[in-house]
Write a protein that binds this ligand. Structure first.
Ligand code: S3P
Length: 164
């Protein structure tokens, strides 16, 4: 991998990752999509049928595999918050970019998305409490942090490209 995007659900990891990969003329991989392919089930079904612990195991195995391939990787919102993943990210020595967004931006983007099990399970305040708890873990994993609220996905991708 050339770069890894991390951040809470709705921070723009997938959108920005696709644009960045296109500008750098490289591959884009979305960790959630790779997990869905591997499991043969949507994320919501994996959570519902097997639970979050099973999802995290799949996520870790899929991350290890993805780290060995070229391109840009957009992770899931929980990926770097799991210790074994945080260790693998550090060991990979691939630049990690954290996309941050305000609480309101995140809520606006995720509230109507039925494809995210944690959004379905948690109310607004629980979701924002989870976001707050994860901040220090994202910060520990990140080599570059970009506050995205006032930027377009193209501008974010441009900033990353300039920094890489
Ligand atoms: C999760 C975020 C999701 C997905 C899963 C768990 C999380 O990814 O991996 O639903 O723990 O925050 P996105 O950030 O792409 O929504």
């Amino acid at each position: 991998m050339q770069a890894i995007l991390i951040g809470f659900m709705g921070s723009g990891k997938t959108t920005v990752g696709r644009i960045l990969a296109r500008t750098l003329a490289t591959e884009h991989a979305d960790l959630d999509d790779l997990i869905v392919q591997r499991a043969g089930q949507p994320i919501t079904a994996i959570f519902a049928e097997h639970g979050e612990g099973y999802f995290r195991q799949l996520e870790h195995q899929t991350l290890l595999q993805a780290l060995g391939t070229p391109g840009i990787l957009s992770t899931g919102g929980g990926t770097p918050t799991i210790t074994m993943n945080a260790v693998s990210l550090k060991q990979s020595a691939v630049p990690v970019i954290w996309l941050t967004a305000s609480d309101q931006t995140i809520i606006d983007r995720v509230q109507n998305d039925a494809g995210r099990p944690l959004v379905n399970e948690l109310d607004r305040s629980a979701l924002l409490a989870l976001k707050k708890r994860r901040q220090s873990l994202y910060a520990a994993a990140a080599d570059l942090t970009i506050a995205t609220d006032r930027l377009t996905p193209q501008q974010i991708a441009q900033q990353i490209q300039n920094w890489l």
